[in-house]
Design a binder for this molecule. Structure first.
Ligand SMILES: Nc1ncnc2c1ncn2[C@@H]1O[C@H](COP(=O)(O)OP(=O)(O)OP(=O)(O)O)[C@@H](O)[C@H]1O
Ligand SMILES: [Mg+2]
Length: 374
């Protein structure tokens, strides 16, 4: 997908701006707190149906204004044009339309314009808490497989109900053994399906990530990603989970929640045999997190047949010049990308196909100085 134009009105610190974009790189630079992330956030709303930074939509409306309005003009990879519009009142009312047709809810836009976003929160993806890696894997798989999403939702539902049963038992109530067995069975079945989906997805991601990592660094650096079941490292099947639930039953009764299942699983990452969480440098961790996002973009592209828009918020800090140019080369011709940085020299002027904007206090200008605010 290609975003050709974006109009923003009263969005965050952006008063009224129309921007045109390159099919390749769009580089947004400017000092801190000027509106770089605000722009990526606005674009991403068209994918997610809401902001990636907040659920409180009133925060998005410019101080002193009563509503914001965003219009995005784009085209699919096959050349079909589209127009998306989102309006939001400070009072909370949202209006959304696709090609002029009003949609009932914001969620109806999800899936229309695939995108991948890297933000400061994703830096810890490769080395932070395991939950971040599980979410990344689940999100990627859910984007390309409705079956996986259904399994995941059912698993979460069963987990919630099972936990509530255990919680009341731990609080002194009597445990409904027959009901617990029903939940055990459902948890083992759905849990195993989730794990199967995750392992399959990770296999695809691992291959893509390894290739991208090698391409960016210009040499093989032995990236390995591996799924680790929390309940039985030897085998992640349904029976193993059933056995783990049985073994955990006594402590679950005391503690009041489920102690085994894919919600404790981990993805381990190694570079040249060394575990990233324990040994990798800051720059490598950041690079790996970016590579995981780019692998996600490749997965979406190959499964959906549509190139996602790639939004990269301040990815270059901590990366050395060689890695920065490796990432730029890897992205060129592959995706339409929107890259922000407080340092203008991350994109030297001699790179072809770059549209550059410098933002200051919500006003965007091209380097030639022509104001793009309307
Ligand atoms: N609803 C709003 N109305 C007006 N201004 C807002 C609103 N929400 C945020 N801002 C302003 O937007 C600015 C932050 O913009 P943004 O997060 O895009 O900065 P940035 O350019 O990405 O900076 P950094 O380099 O530090 O990440 C702040 O100055 C903030 O006051
Ligand atoms: Mg920012």
């Amino acid at each position: 997908m290609i975003i050709e134009r974006l109009h923003l009105n009263s969005y965050r610190n952006i008063k009224d701006v129309s921007l045109e974009f390159s099919e390749g790189f769009n580089f947004i630079t400017g000092r801190n707190a000027q509106g770089k992330t605000n722009l990526l956030e606005a674009i991403h709303i068209f994918s997610l149906g809401r902001s990636f930074r907040t659920r409180r939509t009133t925060e998005l409306v410019r101080f002193g204004s009563e509503h914001f309005f965003l219009r995005l003009i784009g085209r699919s990879d096959s050349g079909v044009g589209f127009r998306l519009e989102i309006g939001q009142e400070r009072s909370g009312r949202t209006r959304l339309s696709i090609n002029g047709k009003k949609m009932k809810g914001v969620s109806e836009i999800i899936g229309f314009m695939p995108s991948v976003i890297f933000t400061s929160r994703d830096v810890e993806l490769s080395s932070g808490q395991p939950a971040g890696r599980r979410t990344y894997l689940d999100y990627t798989a859910a984007q390309v497989s409705p079956g996986f999403l259904a399994d995941l939702k059912e698993y979460r539902q069963v987990l919630k109900q099972r936990n509530s049963l255990l919680r009341s038992a731990a609080a002194g109530g009597t445990l409904d053994e027959a009901q617990l067995e029903v939940w055990d069975e459902a948890l083992a079945r759905k849990g195993a399906s989730v794990v199967t989906g995750r392992i399959e997805m990770l296999g695809v991601i691992a291959e893509r990530a390894r290739d991208i990592f090698t391409e960016v660094l210009g040499r093989e650096d032995g990236l390995e990603l591996e799924y680790r079941c929390s309940y039985d490292p030897e085998g992640c099947g349904e029976d193993a989970l059933r056995a783990a639930l049985l073994a955990a039953r006594e402590s679950e009764r005391r503690r009041g929640y489920t102690l085994a299942g894919p919600h404790y699983d981990e993805v381990t990452m190694r570079i040249d045999g060394e575990e990233v969480r324990k040994y990798a440098s800051q720059g490598r961790r950041r690079l790996l997190a970016v590579v995981l996002k780019l692998a996600q973009a490749d997965v979406i592209m190959s499964r959906r047949g549509e190139r996602p828009v790639v939004l990269l918020d301040d990815i270059f800090s901590e990366l050395d010049a060689g890695v920065v140019s490796g990432v730029r080369n890897m992205l060129s011709d592959r995706y339409q990308s929107f890259i922000t940085s407080p340092r203008g020299d991350d994109f030297p002027g001699d790179i072809p196909g770059v549209v550059g904007y410098k933002v200051e206090n919500g006003v965007f200008r091209t380097p030639e100085g022509s104001s793009k605010a309307s």
